[in-house]
Design a binder for this molecule. Structure first.
Ligand code: FE
Ligand code: FE
Ligand code: ZN
Length: 277
């Protein structure tokens, strides 16, 4: 079974997202836990979350992959921004419990001249302050393209963060095909080699979800520009190998391609055709 979906608007609540996903042919999805550029979060209605949980169960949804706001930088050089980010993470962990057992993905952060080591320490400190043994959410570090001072474009950096988190069992990794490619990993010609390297440095059991995107740029560009599936430098054949790879094929795949509903539905249908059951 291929678990595939896309980013959905969350403003109308959980049940609306579940129905939206079904209409697109999706059986998982991503959503921003709050405004992606700001900090405000609407209250969650338990009745809405309960209706969604029933719909997801009936329709065999895979694990959801929520996304933290882009503005959440746990390793900002400014302590007040770090604290703001930490509070946002803590609040999101409470919000995620309305849909127990899902994934929550975030960009590790940009260290802005503090250096990678300092940044990694700050990210791990925040996770250690916020994660709770009783939470049911698994928090995923997203592998990044390496734009500016972004942490997480090297497997060693993801590993270093995981190594410093006490509640390691609450953590995982989400890899993004566009980010991998733009970070310099040749997933087109050597997917096996890239996954072997990930396994050696981080460990494949920690890989919990994939973002499936083509890229507007050549390998190693470090720019992070997503493209529609099959219209970029990665290409449809390579992305078909990603969804079918024995180490990946059971994971939820989330499209973050520049599309409206119609384009997402078409990409989901095309990828379902290319998935070998
Ligand atoms: Fe992301
Ligand atoms: Fe992504
Ligand atoms: Zn991206």
């Amino acid at each position: 079974m291929l678990y595939i979906g896309c980013h959905l608007p969350s403003s109308k609540g959980y049940l609306a997202m579940g129905k939206h996903a079904l209409a697109l042919g999706a059986n998982t999805f991503a959503f921003f836990t709050r405004n992606p550029r700001g900090g405000s979060a609407k209250p969650i209605k338990e009745s809405d979350a309960a209706a969604f949980r029933a719909l997801a169960e009936e329709n065999g949804f895979g694990t959801l992959v929520a996304h933290a706001p882009y503005t959440m930088n746990l390793c900002s050089a400014d302590p007040s921004i770090r604290e703001f980010a930490r509070n946002m993470l803590a609040d999101d962990m409470l919000r995620m419990e309305y849909t127990p057992g899902q994934y929550y993905n975030f960009h590790p952060g940009s260290h802005v001249q503090q250096g990678v080591e300092a940044g990694i320490g700050q990210i791990a400190d925040a996770l250690n302050a916020v994660l709770k043994p009783e939470q049911t959410t698994t928090v995923l570090l997203e592998g990044m393209a390496g734009k500016g001072s972004e942490i997480g474009s090297k497997f060693e950096e993801l590993r270093a963060i995981l190594d410093r988190v006490a509640l390691r069992e609450k953590m995982g990794v989400c890899l993004d095909t566009c980010h991998l490619w733009e970070a310099g990993f040749d997933i087109v010609n050597d997917l096996d080699g890239v996954l072997e390297e990930f396994d050696r440095i981080v460990g494949l059991p920690h890989l919990k979800a994939m973002h499936l995107n083509d890229s507007k740029n050549p390998m190693g560009a470090h720019k992070d520009r997503h493209e529609k599936i099959g219209q970029g430098h990665i290409g449809l054949d390579a992305l078909a190998r990603v969804i079918n790879h024995p180490a990946l094929r059971h994971l939820p795949f989330i499209l973050e391609t520049p599309n409206e509903d119609e384009g997402y539905a078409a990409e989901i249908a095309r990828l379902r055709e290319l998935y070998v059951e």
